[in-house]
Design a protein around this ligand. Structure first.
Ligand code: 5AD
Length: 351
């Protein structure tokens, strides 16, 4: 699909045409990743963050958040809970927190990998190449790092670099690939100043980067952030600005599936915030094949305040819900077929 076609779909308003988009995304999902819905247990390890992102409630300067950091034992207990619930993966997510040292995370990975059959996904922000390499050696399987937007100017406005550094998430995604991680990226949908052209380029970039996992969700305004103030907001003219609504989020999921047929694509929590009852279901029937239920203890979950409403999403997604839409709960780790394809290609190459 070319740039013009993606842009046209993003702007589409006709219900019959959109029904065709949902159907083709669902068909491609079925053909390439099948009917299994993989569940990933999300563990929000720490809400400390050194960054100053204009959109995120965990930004360092937000003094109204009470900060926490889980102990290794607490994280391992959550991983055990994930095993009990039959999940195949845990995702260790946190703000960019230097106190989560290289050794602390390595040790945690080793403990989880030696005592459970879980795949371990890390989502710890922009960390050094050395740390990423060490965590891979310790047994981490996957890494999630959304690039948020492919528009460099917009990215720099909403995501200031650390002093003396340049934030280059695309470069980190390449490093992760070289380290043989399963690599995940994604964007926010409807960031102030994000145009339809920008978002179409984001989706094209998912394909160019050949991502194994792609999670995107609507941008939600957090009142304690700079972007909540209209004076600080980047702007695009009304007819070019992407809305941060549910419909656009479903279009992005569907188009992502068409561009990256083999990727694992979650129906994200931000979608569940916009539509608590049916968000997950529409995500799954319009291209997604993954859900990430939260297994963080509730006393911490309440404090992981990236955007409003997040802590209150209840994801009571059980076998019946999944079966009701003609799908089944994933068995095993649910590795990305896109990653397996690459590994298989390499094996043939080496022969
Ligand atoms: N609205 C929606 N998504 C957000 N994220 C951070 N802040 C917000 C917000 N206000 C997303 C970013 C980040 C992920 C962990 O959460 O895309 O990569």
């Amino acid at each position: 699909m070319n740039h013009a076609e993606i842009t046209a779909w993003l702007r589409e308003t006709d219900a019959d045409r959109l029904a065709e988009l949902w159907q083709s995304a669902d068909r491609v999902r079925q053909q390439h990743v099948g009917d299994q819905v993989h569940l990933r247990g999300l563990i929000e390890v720490s809400n400390h963050c050194v960054r100053l992102c204009g959109y995120c409630g965990l930004r360092a300067e937000n003094t109204s958040v009470k900060r926490y950091r889980m102990s290794a034992d607490e994280v391992v207990a959550c991983a055990e809970e994930a095993v009990e619930r039959d999940y195949g993966t845990v995702v260790l997510q946190a703000g960019e927190d230097p106190m989560l040292s290289t050794d602390f995370i390595s040790e945690l990975i080793r403990r989880i990998k030696s005592s459970t059959p879980l795949a371990v996904t890390l989502s710890l922000g922009e960390r050094s190449n050395e740390e990423l390499a060490e965590w891979r050696t310790a047994g981490a399987d996957r890494y999630l790092l959304r690039f948020e937007t492919s528009n460099r100017m917009l990215y720099e406005r909403i995501h200031p670099p650390r002093p003396g550094e340049r934030s280059d998430r695309i470069a980190i995604l390449h490093t992760l690939r070289e380290l043989d991680y399963e690599v995940g990226g994604g964007v926010m949908i409807g960031i102030p100043g994000q145009t339809y052209d920008d978002l179409a380029r984001d989706i094209e970039l998912f394909g160019t980067l050949d991502l194994d996992m792609i999670g995107s969700g609507p941008y939600l305004v957090h009142p304690d952030t700079p972007l909540a103030d209209p004076k600080n907001r980047p702007s695009a003219s009304d007819d070019r600005q992407v809305p941060c609504d549910e419909l656009t989020a479903y279009k992005v999921i569907a188009l992502t599936r068409l561009v990256c047929p083999l990727a694992n694509i979650p129906s994200t929590t931000a979608l569940a915030v916009l539509d608590a009852d049916a968000g997950w279901k529409f995500g799954l029937t319009r291209g997604a094949n993954v859900i990430m239920p939260n297994v963080t203890p509730s006393k911490y979950r309440m404090l992981y305040d990236i955007y409003p409403g997040k802590a209150y999403t209840t994801e009571h997604i059980d076998v019946e819900c999944i079966n009701a839409i003609g799908r089944r709960i994933g068995v095993g780790r649910g590795d990305s077929p896109n990653y397996e394809k690459a590994a298989c290609g390499l094996a043939i190459h080496l022969h």
